[in-house]
Design a protein around this ligand. Structure first.
Ligand SMILES: C[S@@+](CC[C@H](N)C(=O)[O-])C[C@H]1O[C@@H](n2cnc3c(N)ncnc32)[C@H](O)[C@@H]1O
Length: 206
């Protein structure tokens, strides 16, 4: 189960994440949202705080949500002193955030873990203020089964046109889904397989 997996890898997550992809991914996401200092943002499936770190550095307030208490504990030790960070335990089906509470919602490498991706997208659209932006960064469709067995990925990535349709169904406008120009790389534990999968950034406006 992915929650148990993420509870176990939480202390190592920052190191693991750095081996999978670079900060360029979050730079592309922030550019897609056109973030402005002082605004309120949600980081959904925040993990150890890869997106949150960049958002706090740019002067935004962050509500970080994750299903894993161990990941939230990592965030506390990484950014514990920040008055601009609000950590909330919660899951994809019912985010612990009110309707229209945030200006932006980000979710990096989260969508391929959730049971029902279109519902998760609709739930992230729900929390946006009118005019707010949802930006998701995730993987192209692939066939590396070891990412399921070893990293507990629930979905082997997504077709970009499918993600666009889910954004439309969530009532979002001005949608784009584009490659970030970088691949996510991981090697299987036995070293026999090396996954290299394209990363896309999807943006929509409420
Ligand atoms: C691959 S990690 C990505 C973490 C972080 N966004 C990053 O870029 O490093 C996925 C995160 O999503 C969380 N997650 C997975 N499924 C979830 C769900 N259904 N509800 C809430 N969080 C979930 C996991 O606990 C984990 O911290």
């Amino acid at each position: 189960m992915s929650k148990t997996y993420f509870d176990q890898v939480a202390p190592l997550w920052q190191q693991l994440q750095q081996s999978f992809f670079s900060e360029e991914v979050r730079e592309k996401a922030f550019a897609a949202a056109d973030i402005q200092a002082g605004q309120i943002t949600a980081d959904i499936g925040a993990g150890a705080g890869f997106m949150t770190e960049g958002l706090l550095a740019r002067g935004l307030q962050v509500i970080a949500v994750d299903q894993s208490e161990a990941m939230l504990q990592q965030m506390r030790s990484n950014f514990g002193g920040s008055a601009k960070l609000d950590l909330r335990l919660g899951s994809a089906e019912k985010l612990p955030i009110d309707n229209q509470e945030v200006d932006y919602a980000f979710a990096n490498m989260y969508l391929h873990h959730v049971p029902q991706p279109p519902q998760a997208i609709a739930e992230m659209a729900r929390i946006l203020k009118p005019g707010g932006r949802l930006v998701i960064t995730d993987l192209d469709k692939h066939s590396y089964q070891f990412l399921k067995t070893e990293h507990h990925d629930r979905w082997l990535g997504f077709k970009r046109e499918t993600v666009r349709r889910w954004f439309e169904e969530a009532g979002l406008k001005e949608i784009s889904v584009e490659g970030v120009g970088q691949n996510c790389c991981a090697t299987s534990s036995c070293g026999s397989e090396c996954a290299s999968v394209g990363i896309w950034v999807a943006r929509g406006k409420k």
